[in-house]
Write a protein that binds this ligand. Structure first.
Ligand code: ISE
Length: 307
């Protein structure tokens, strides 16, 4: 039987998840949608959760944790967009609820883990990792992108993908500048991570990474698959946001979620990873104003999330 999936929130991401569910996923279909405005089957997310087999949360960041908790209470697998919580305390409540339940039902939408370029980087042996350079540029920050959101909503991707790529934990971080900002982080194994976050880079959406190992380096060849010669120039284009750049990752992530929901064994970023990204981001924020290095600590990882 095809898994009935409901999507909460029909903004940029929710609309894309709904589109993917309507034709690009095996073993599931879009059964319900919920949003406060526009055309959808439900206005109340809690009512929607009751009538589907699995849920995708793509509503505003501040609603994620409560809705994930509602899915856990209903025993429904959930793919929750990042961040898992608006604060580390909120995300921790989700971890605690899942640990109390004793089985994983939450996958967090850190889709870069499914991106072919990041997967190829992870599979490439360049010796012991020494440095990771990340670039994260958005064409233009939306109006609602305020305060520390470059850290809590954008840098969280590099926090997650760096932990995943390096299989290591972040222990220290320092921020310089605002937009663009440069964040340097250090890991428990001594790897240095540099990340540029530029929310108003104007020319397009551009994510890049290069891993420097003791035996070589590996860098992303993205963002393009083709090169053009036109109008007197050689080159390639950039998308204006992340949806086209990570289209394959979103499709693979949804397929993995559906397969995991059906088999009872979810893959991708766990609630623990979602908590870790938000907790690390939160501990980096004081360094925005002070410019001082911040020591990062996490509680012990609950047994449920050990491989
Ligand atoms: C957005 O929410 C995303 O998740 C994008 O991947 C990221 O590049 C962007 O900065 C965020 O605002």
């Amino acid at each position: 039987m095809s898994l009935r999936v409901g999507v909460i929130g029909l903004g940029v991401m929710g609309a894309d998840h709904a589109r993917v569910l309507q034709g690009e996923v095996r073993g599931a279909h879009l059964a319900a949608t919920c949003d406060p405005v526009g055309e959808c089957s439900h206005r109340d997310p809690h009512e929607m959760i009751e009538v589907v087999d699995a849920v995708v949360i793509a509503s505003p960041d501040a609603t994620h944790a409560d809705l994930a908790l509602a899915c856990l209470a209903a025993g429904k697998p959930v793919l929750c967009e990042k961040p898992l919580g608006a604060t580390a305390a909120e995300a921790w409540r989700v971890v605690e609820a899942e640990v109390a339940l004793g089985r994983r039902l939450v996958q967090v939408g850190y889709m870069r883990r499914f991106d072919p370029a990041y997967l190829a980087m992870k599979a490439c042996d360049v010796g012991e990792p020494a440095l990771l350079h990340n670039i994260h540029r958005n064409a233009q920050a939306p109006d609602w992108f305020v305060g520390a959101m470059p850290i809590t909503n954008s840098l969280v991707h590099e926090i997650d993908i760096s932990r995943w790529l390096l299989d290591d934990e972040i222990t220290e971080a320092r921020v310089v500048g605002q937009d663009p900002m440069l964040v340097t982080m250090q890991t428990a194994k001594g790897v240095l991570i540099s990340t540029e976050v530029f929310m108003n880079a104007a020319y397009g959406y551009h994510v890049h990474a290069e891993l420097v190992g003791r035996a070589g380096t590996v860098a992303m060849a993205q963002p393009t698959r083709v090169l053009t010669n036109r109008a007197g120039a050689h080159g390639h284009g950039y998308p204006m946001n992340w949806v086209p750049r990570f289209a394959e990752a979103y499709r693979a992530q949804m397929n993995a979620f559906v397969a995991g929901a059906r088999s009872g064994s979810l893959a991708g970023a766990s609630a623990w990873d979602g908590y870790a990204a938000t907790a690390i981001a939160e501990q980096i924020i004081p360094g925005l104003a002070s410019g001082l290095p911040q020591t990062i600590t996490l509680p012990a990882k609950p047994q449920l999330y050990e491989a």
